[in-house]
Each structure stands twice: as C-alpha cells, then as structure tokens.
Design a protein around this ligand. Sequence first.
Ligand SMILES: *Cc1c(COP(=O)(O)O)cnc(C)c1O
Length: 386
Amino acid sequence: MTPEQLPAALSELDSLALRRVRRVLDGPQGVRVRLDDKPYLSFSSNDYLGLANHPAIAEAARNAAASYGVGAGAAHLLTGHHRLHDQLETELAEFVGLPAALLFSTGYMASLGVLPALLDRYGEVFEDKLNHASLVDAALLSRAKLTRYPHLDLGVLEQRLATSKAKVKLIASDTVFSMDGDLAPLAELLALARRYDAWLYLDDAHGFGVLGERGQGALALLDDASDGRLIYLATLGKAAGVAGAFVAGSAALVEWLVNKARTYIFTTAQPPLLAAAVSASLRVIAADAWRRAHLDGLIARLKMAMADLPWPLMPSNTPIQPLLVGGNVEALRLSDALRARGMLLPAIRPPTVPHGEARLRISLSAAHAEADVDALVMALRELAQT
Ligand SMILES: *Cc1c(COP(=O)(O)O)cnc(C)c1O
C-alpha cells in the first residue's frame, strides 16, 4: 500500500460494506451508554460481569494513584516491577489454581510474547480455525509452522499432531470462542497434548470471571489442570473490568517468560494502580456469584424468546450469543435499524468471521435487566416483519 493508493483502497472497503468506523463513548462503559452524544442500551461490550465501572474497583485505582502515582515509569526488569504487580501475580496464580502467573500489558501482547519464547522455525503450532487473531499473529511471529484445523475438529488435529516432525509442538485454542460463544473441548485437548507431547495454550479471554463457581475461568471445567504443559492466558479487560492480561503455568515457564518473552521485557510495566484495581476486581468476581447466576438467567431468557425468529442464535451457553444473519449488508442493515431504536449490537463481518457468516454479536452482561433482554427481543421481532 502506497500513500497514493490509500484513498481508493478505503473506498473499496466502503463498497464492500467493510469500512470500520469508531463511535465516541462519553461516560463510563456499561449497558446504558452515551455514544456519539446519544443514549443507548448496549449489548456490545465484553464487560460481562458489569465491573468496568464498579465503585470498589474504581476506588482501589484511585487509592493506589494517591499512594503510588500514575506511571510505572520503567519495564518490569528495570525498576517498574511494583509490589502491587508482584502481589497480584501471586493472587492470580492462586485464583486459577496454577503454580505461577505473569502479568502482561494486554492479552494480545501476552500471546505475542509467549509463543515466540517457546517456539522457533523448528516448531509447529496447531490452531483452531476460529482462534482469536492474536493467536494467529503470535504463531506467525514465532516463525514456527502454523497448522490450522477446522473448528473443534479434534480428529484432524490428532492426524496433524501424529504426522508432525516438529521438535516443539504447541496446541493453541480459545476456550470460549470470541465470535461464536461456544466452548473448546478442554479435557480432550489436554489429552491430545499429553499423547503427542505438546504444549497446550488456552486463551480464556472470554471465560475468566464468567466460568467456574468463583469465576476462576475455564480451568474449572478440567478435573485436573496440574500439568506442566498447560499454559493459561486470561485477559483482565473483559469480565474483570480493568485492563491487562496474565499468563499462568508452571514456575519454570513463568521464569522462562520473564527472561525471554519480548513483549514482557521491552515494554513499560502497567501502572501499579491497575494492579490494585485488578486485585479489587478478583475479590468482587469471587464474592458476587449472583452476577454469574443472573447472567445464566439472562442467557436462558434470550434463547427461549428468540426461538421463533428468522435468524438463528448460534449454539452457545456463554454471554456471547451471536445472531447469525449471513450477508454483510443484511447484518449492517439490522445493526443500523437497532441503533435507530436505541440499541447497540455490532455487526461482525469478515475478516473477523468467515464469509457468509456475518452476525450480530449479542453480548450479555450481569448489568442487564431481564427487561433489557425483552426489549431487544421485541425490537428484533418487529424488524423481522419489515
Ligand atoms: C480480547 C481478546 C484478546 C486480546 O486481549 P486484550 O487484553 O484485549 O489485548 C485475546 N484473545 C481473545 C480470545 C480475545 O477475545
């Protein structure tokens, strides 16, 4: 792409209904938001537990800012590794039941750090076709061979593992798929990793806080997660309501990442106030089981009410409830019509999802009321008649 080519390339995005625009949010994130100066009922955040604007979490951040200021001022390996970061890593490891944890600035950066720290061009990464973009990019950056298997197709995965000649193998999968809401078969993936001597890298961006009795995430679905080959990633900007991410696994793994993960080493540590906020968030996540129970109720209510609409909900038991529309233009039309009625649901289009599978991604939050779900269903029912 040259500077001269940019305008025509942008116009082409317009003509394909693929041009992305940003809308400006005023006020806090939540289910009632002001976007471009208009009020909306939002089904479009990843704030699944409604914690992004939780008073106790915001207060923890304010108090930490008062005591420790704003900027970390340096990378972790220099003087940026604050006591609050160190304590939070201990808490996070304990929270998910693994020996050790390491904080990263974002989930994207965590994966870009971990895979290249473990694999080189003699390695092979096996990925579900619907994995998040960050996992694909991480594999490319590592220079390992990248093998993608059809969504949830463990038969193909096993074939590829069996014939692989790679010195180091790594299976990477979303736990909850971000645009589909369905779950990876974690126990079966771990069994394959054991059988073929591979790492298992689980990206729990959409499971942490939501899955498990205490919100401890997808590992709660495994009988036995104590395995040195397991690498667990969770992000802290979704259900946890703050920002950042952590990788958990064996103590040796974390020690290796401290030494070798370039996105950990060559970047400024997150502000300590964010670590304080995440600590506070962990307490709320564990204590407020009602948030998960309420979410489950909303999911069931939505599914029941949508059963007779022309667009199917994709099979999912998580707060991600995609409404499969198909065409890009139709998905945009529906999203626009809902926005005109004061409801925000993003139209998810290629390349985020496969061609012909454009959808509205309904994202439920514990901050939604039952009446909010009912209002959405009513609006969709009316639009189905137009
Ligand atoms: C959001 C997301 C990420 C990236 O996490 P950030 O902290 O937002 O960078 C990684 N993986 C999945 C599956 C995600 O949905």
